[in-house]
Write a protein that binds this ligand. Structure first.
Ligand code: SAM
Length: 253
């Protein structure tokens, strides 16, 4: 007897699990060239602060000691560039993303910033990484995991490619629970961001997906349970900017 198709969320829509990645890929294909500009406009520059907090928490060595970072769903390279600038000569970052359009923007940025020798770009899926076991000292994923159809597989892969003692860090939109700010945030999300997306990228629907997908993502305690189920220890999180974003952390021990 055939099993009914498994479903998942694409924003507020229920879609077959097998269709989500294609829909997500269309979103980032459409917005890639204006992705960085939209990040600045939508977050009023705050994404830079959140990303810097992630890099400070990662604390890569500033000496010549080797440190290999894997930045998954790394898109246009923002996390990798920030980490490279905060590190010593032993640092190397690999940006892995499923979308060639995003990676191509990242490659151009790396050349412009003279970081192409310290940051490399690889096409790949977070659910099935093409890297050997225990090959990285740090794994970061910023605003990416929410887009991955099978988050449990991505977390298991993160654990597999980290060396014992390696750190997992995930920056993701979370839940605003500050009275007053929650209503303002909802208003901004649903009334301002999609029209802004239309003006800047010509694509309001992709930004409608963005705000909806944030609302469907698990709350921090539930996501922390998923990180533990992936094998990680000493799992915790820190809320930033009233809960707009959470920085999740775990260790492979
Ligand atoms: N980390 C970057 C940043 O913070 O600016 C980019 C985040 S962007 C919102 C989400 C990225 O996730 C996109 O570049 C998209 O292509 C990527 N992505 C979606 N599904 C993925 C998957 N299964 N494996 C790897 N990357 C994926």
């Amino acid at each position: 007897m055939s099993q009914p198709d498994q479903t998942t969320h694409f924003g507020f829509r229920d879609v077959p699990l097998g269709d989500k990645q294609t829909l997500v890929n269309q979103v980032f294909h459409s917005v890639a060239s204006r992705y960085d500009l939209m990040n600045d406009l939508m977050s009023m520059g705050l994404h830079r602060v959140w990303k810097d907090i992630m890099i400070n928490t990662l604390n890569p060595p500033q000496s010549d000691a080797p440190f290999a970072l894997l930045d998954v769903a790394g898109g246009t390279g923002d996390i990798a560039f920030r980490a490279a600038k905060a590190s010593g000569a032993g640092f190397h970052a690999t940006v892995c993303d499923i979308n060639e359009n995003m990676l191509n923007v990242g490659r151009e940025r790396a050349l412009l910033q003279h970081l192409d020798d310290r940051v490399s770009f690889v096409d790949g899926n977070a659910e099935a990484l093409a890297f050997p076991d225990r090959s990285f000292d740090g794994y970061t994923i910023a605003f990416g995991i929410r887009n991955v159809p099978r988050i449990d597989l991505a977390l298991k892969e993160a654990f597999r490619v980290l060396r014992p003692g390696g750190r997992f860090l995930c920056l993701e939109f979370s839940t605003v629970e500050v009275p007053g700010l929650d209503r303002l945030y909802d208003l901004f999300s649903f009334k301002v961001i999609p029209p802004l997306g239309r003006v800047v990228t010509g694509d309001a629907e992709s930004y409608q997906y963005l705000v909806e997908s944030i609302r469907r993502f698990p709350k921090p305690a539930a996501f922390a349970d998923m990180i533990r189920a992936g094998g990680f220890s000493r799992v915790g999180w820190q809320m930033l900017s009233g809960g707009i974003v959470a920085l999740h952390s775990g260790w492979r021990l």
